[in-house]
Design a protein around this ligand. Structure first.
Ligand code: MSP
Length: 508
């Protein structure tokens, strides 16, 4: 049994969640379920990023008075938690950066760094982009424009605290190279690792600004050694990965969980996770997480989906119309991990009809209809020599294909492997023409045929669990499999199936 600690990023609670947020969350949940199903002990943490200028502005815009930011975020956080519930996200802990223990941990890290002389104060002249919560130098923010989002940045000329991250640049490069050589890459996928390495090798790191003067921003964790400042929101937020597992308050718990197996993030926050975060950990003498898993973006008409661009798609509406599992399936199957994906409802419906209504839905429906028609609705006992057919062999090989694809974090690859079996099973029905076997009274052949199909369906039901937990449960129930998903359960001869209505009614 392995111990696996995985995390999602903490979502900014300035607005409602969209498909991009749901994507990271579904991915984490699929990994958590996949590993739990294999008997491993998983701790999956998600949460909300609640401080900083972006949130403060959103609170003011929403009509809350200065100082009432907590009241504002309290109205937004439930939008996330209720979406995660609808999507059946089985996280183990939801951390908020306004949690007392988190704030204590941020202060502990800052104090430690300050005492180690890794933090110093200087006048900062440069730019700050509030929507991105990012500092930029003059050369980066050409004409005062944020190089990431293209919006106007704000000119800053103020005293701030800086963290000497440049001291750790070479150690970080060596770490990334060492992990690569050991074939346990720190950054996944490879293209993102190359990006970070080339950035680190070509640029000297600028020390990281870790504070904001209270005269400009008061909504944050107070800097423990200077009450005129609050902590820069990114420094605050990254600490969640350790604060949520007891860094400041439960030492033995922390030691038993940390380091994380990996952090799941989008490519826009790669530098924060692959450069700043490991350096923060090195500087406070803690172990580094195993991996930084970096996914691409959901794009609409060539642009990243985001609330500020006005092209955000509400996952709640899709769930209402098509169900949570359909959305989970689309997000994980339609795009290769690490790459960008194009979102449109048209594509969604096409995939729903083709893969879910036609392929999977029909297979379940046809198979169970035949059990009702030819076997009085009871699971027949396998005939002698069962298991040698081509479908049975394909069914047996699915486990290996899943280990391989999920080992490479290829969610789309894992689903493609499951769908290969679904399609093979559908083809098997057409090729065998069971109605003929029945007509010709070939009882043993018909029994062998249906047993192969039922076995394929059992394995399919178990295999889709990490991705589509509700559908998995629904099919297992129809097959009279009543045990928990963690237990390997065989079909029971003589058990009565309970055929239900269509799993995925076709969308016109
Ligand atoms: N609060 C920071 C993360 C702090 S983690 C210590 C943040 N929040 S965010 O709400 O802007 O983004 C959260 C996650 O959603 C990121 O991983 C981001 O990549 C992801 N997505 C936001 N928009 C996205 C798409 N359009 N597509 C895919 N994922 C994207 O950054």
């Amino acid at each position: 049994m392995k111990k696996i600690y995985i995390t999602s990023p903490l979502y900014y609670v300035n607005a409602s969640p969209h498909i991009g947020h749901a994507y990271t969350e579904v991915m984490c949940d699929a990994v958590a379920r996949f590993e739990k199903q294999r008997g491993h002990k998983v701790f999956f943490m998600t949460g909300s990023d609640e401080h900083g200028e972006k949130i403060e502005n959103a609170a003011l815009e929403a009509g809350f008075a200065a100082g009432e930011e907590k009241k504002f975020v309290d109205t937004i956080v439930p939008r996330f938690t209720s979406l995660w519930k609808k999507l059946n996200i089985g996280y183990d802990h939801f951390i908020r950066t306004t949690d007392k223990m988190h704030e204590e941990a941020v202060k502990k890290v800052l104090t430690l760094l300050y005492e180690k002389n890794k933090i110093y104060k200087k006048v900062y002249k440069g730019w700050f982009c509030t929507p991105c919560e990012a500092f930029w130098s003059d050369s980066q923010a050409k004409n005062g424009v944020c190089p990431d989002c293209g919006r106007r940045a704000e000119k800053l000329d103020e005293e701030n605290y800086f963290f000497k991250i440049s001291e750790y640049q070479n150690t970080l490069i060596n770490h990334i190279k060492k992990k690569r050589a050991e074939k346990t890459p720190f950054i996944i996928p490879r293209m993102r690792e190359n990006e970070v390495l080339s950035f680190l090798e070509k640029n000297k790191l600028q020390d990281l600004c870790v504070s904001r003067p209270k005269s400009r921003l008061s909504w944050g964790v107070e800097v423990p050694f200077d009450k005129n400042f609050v902590t820069y929101v990114w420094f605050d937020a990254l600490v969640n990965y350790i604060s949520g597992v007891g860094y400041a308050d439960k030492e033995s718990r922390f030691d038993s969980i940390w380091p994380a197996y990996g952090h799941f993030i989008g490519k826009d926050i790669l530098r924060h996770h692959a450069v700043y975060w490991p350096i923060m950990l090195m500087a406070i003498g803690e172990k580094l997480p195993g991996h930084i898993f970096t996914h691409g973006w959901w794009v609409i008409k060539g642009e990243k989906m985001s609330k500020s661009k006005g092209n955000a798609v509400d996952p709640g509406v899709l769930i209402e119309k098509y169900g949570a599992d359909a959305l989970r399936y689309f997000l994980l199957s339609a795009v290769q991990f690490g790459h960008d994906g194009v979102f449109s409802e048209e594509l969604f419906i096409r995939k729903y009809n083709d893969d879910l209504a036609n392929d999977l839905g029909n297979l379940v429906n046809r198979t169970l209809t035949m059990v009702e028609k030819y076997f009085e609705g009871k699971i027949p006992g396998p005939p002698r020599g069962f298991g040698a057919g081509s479908l049975a062999r394909k069914t047996k090989s699915l486990g290996g294909a899943l280990e391989k694809t999920m080992g490479d974090f290829s969610f789309s690859g894992a689903l493609a492997a499951i769908w290969e079996l679904i399609n093979a099973a559908n083809k098997y029905i057409e090729d065998t023409a069971p109605w003929k076997l029945n007509r010709e009274g070939k009882a043993e052949e018909l029994t062998g045929f249906i047993c192969e199909l039922l076995e394929a369906l059992r394995v399919i039901a178990i295999s889709i669990y990490p991705f589509m937990p509700v559908t998995s449960g629904g099919i297992r129930k129809q097959l009279a499999l009543k045990g928990s998903i963690e237990k390997v359960e065989s079909l029971k001869t003589g058990a009565k199936i309970s055929k239900a209505g269509p799993l995925f009614p076709r969308i016109q």
